[in-house]
Write a protein that binds this ligand. Structure first.
Ligand code: GSH
Length: 214
């Protein structure tokens, strides 16, 4: 099987795939795509995985592919009911956390409109509420959906590093619950999550600086 991954180093959705590749120690041919995603990706988005003659451009489907391609170590469990919890949580993290924080990218600019501040505050309020929801559903698990790293945690490094950089940039803070701090500790102590947290944080800091210089 011939595999090639088209990704972009500051894409949140591509960051998810980096976690899985590192965790599973998968070496893959990669292309850093800068723009014009429509020339290779069916949805004009990255990540996009080329598998022989197929082009698949959805991070969730790509993660599931790598899980089947190299099942050990696993990002699922051997229990059907835990696996549905893992997939449920993975979807919630993308819909409630990643989609909310993404809205802040377009608000990083040199000259802001007076209405920007209200929009920024509302996004921070939404993030705090969505984090509380996620942590309520997480319960006592060490990781987001299980006692081990799973598919549900793969977006976490990008989300947590973005949150840190956007809190600094917009001078806004969300209230950190004990659950938030406990999960942040698990993220920092896990090799694959921590490595991606640092790499992505560096990318976002650069992205913000370049945007302000432009
Ligand atoms: N649901 C898709 C979303 C992918 C997505 O929106 N990717 C962004 C980068 S994070 C993208 O390619 N946006 C188009 C662009 O930047 O031109 C997935 O999970 O793969």
């Amino acid at each position: 099987m011939k595999l090639k991954l088209y990704s972009n180093s500051h894409s949140v959705s591509c960051s998810k795939i980096e976690v899985a590749l590192d965790f599973k120690s998968i070496e893959i041919d990669k292309v850093e795509a800068i723009n014009n995603y429509g020339s290779f990706s069916p949805t004009a988005t990255v990540p996009c995985l080329s598998i022989d003659d197929k082009m698949i451009s959805d991070s969730g489907a790509i993660l599931e592919f790598f899980e089947e391609y190299l099942p050990d170590p696993s990002l699922l469990s051997n229990n059907l009911s835990n696996n549905i919890q893992i997939r449920f949580m993975a979807k919630l993290v993308d819909e409630k956390l990643v989609n909310s924080i993404r809205k802040l990218f377009s608000l990083v600019k040199n000259t802001s409109h007076p209405s920007d501040n209200l929009m920024i505050s509302n996004i921070f309020i939404e993030l705090e509420a969505n984090l509380n929801l996620i942590f309520r559903i997480k319960g006592d698990n060490v990781f987001l959906a299980s006692s081990c790293l799973s598919l549900a945690d793969c977006s976490a490094p990008a989300f947590f590093s973005m949150l840190k950089e956007f809190e600094i940039h917009f001078n806004q803070q969300i209230k950190k619950s004990d659950e938030f701090l406990k999960y942040e500790k698990s993220l920092n102590e896990n090799i694959s999550l921590n490595k991606e947290y640092k790499r992505y944080g560096f990318e976002i800091r650069n992205w913000i600086s370049n945007k302000l210089l432009a």
